[in-house]
Write a protein that binds this ligand. Structure first.
Ligand SMILES: C[S@@+](CC[C@H](N)C(=O)[O-])C[C@H]1O[C@@H](n2cnc3c(N)ncnc32)[C@H](O)[C@@H]1O
Length: 236
């Protein structure tokens, strides 16, 4: 089984982004084709029926597009399709441009997807069954990361899951390369601050376990030069 979504599936998921402009469409295609985390989330069975998903730092809403875009698509993991169909997704995003692109594209899914313009440091997380934070937390200082993780724990239902992707600061060259790419992309996207706050995998695990999560680390950089790790964090 491959690490990436098939070209047909990428085409299908990205179709709604045509209404949000060329940049949104090309960006969505590039990311969905090359980032192994999307295929992993589909395959791993994290999303059960009626799951309420909160995607913090959702960018232009690719995760929501993928989960809701599966509905009318018959593909070889069809047994997962029915489960994913029942999901609702709330995205929180700081950058207004991303929020606008996400809303333009994802309006086709109606009220199942809600994109909120806000800052994860102070916005109410409501309640959720699965919280997803992909490549976002390192943009705020460690004390604020800890506070966000505690609020995520509190917003999850018992038995809920946090899927947190981070870079492993102890990973040497791949980590330095990830960090360099990240700061360039971040500046390109119009952010004022390009400082990032990273930790080793051991430090991330220690902090998450201190909050109360049970943590499993899954390498999530297949086919890329990065040092990304997906932390599957179970809230007992
Ligand atoms: C590297 S992108 C990842 C986007 C998305 N999670 C994905 O995987 O496609 C990081 C995102 O986090 C957002 N972000 C950064 N700081 C944030 C904050 N304080 N509150 C909400 N979103 C934030 C950025 O604007 C950007 O869209």
């Amino acid at each position: 089984m491959g690490h990436f979504l098939s070209p047909e599936l990428v085409d299908h998921i990205c179709k709604p982004y045509q209404r949000a402009g060329k940049f949104a469409w090309h960006f969505a295609r590039g990311k969905l084709k090359r980032d192994p985390v999307f295929m992993h989330i589909l395959q791993a069975g994290y999303i059960s029926p009626y799951t309420r998903i909160l995607d913090i730092g959702c960018g232009q809403g690719l995760l929501a597009a993928m989960l809701c875009g599966m509905d009318d698509y018959t593909y070889r993991y069809s047994e997962k399709k029915a489960e994913i169909k029942a999901a609702s997704v709330t995205g929180i995003e700081l950058m207004l441009n991303d929020v606008i692109r996400a809303r333009q594209a994802l309006q086709v899914f109606g009220s199942r997807i809600q994109i909120i313009h806000g800052d994860m440091r102070n916005i109410d997380f409501g309640s959720a069954d699965v919280v997803v934070i992909l490549d976002v937390l390192h943009y705020v200082p460690s004390n604020e990361q800890n506070d966000i993780l505690k609020r995520v724990y509190a917003c999850l239902s018992s038995g809920g899951t946090l899927l947190l992707r981070v870079g492993d600061a102890a990973a040497g060259l791949p980590f330095l390369f990830s960090k360099w790419v990240d700061t360039v992309v971040f500046a390109f996207r119009g952010h004022v601050s390009i400082r990032v706050y990273c930790r080793s995998l051991a430090e991330w695990k220690e902090q998450l376990e201190k909050i109360g999560f049970r943590v499993t680390a899954i390498p999530m950089h297949q086919g890329t030069p990065f040092a990304n790790i997906l932390l599957h964090c179970h809230r007992p």
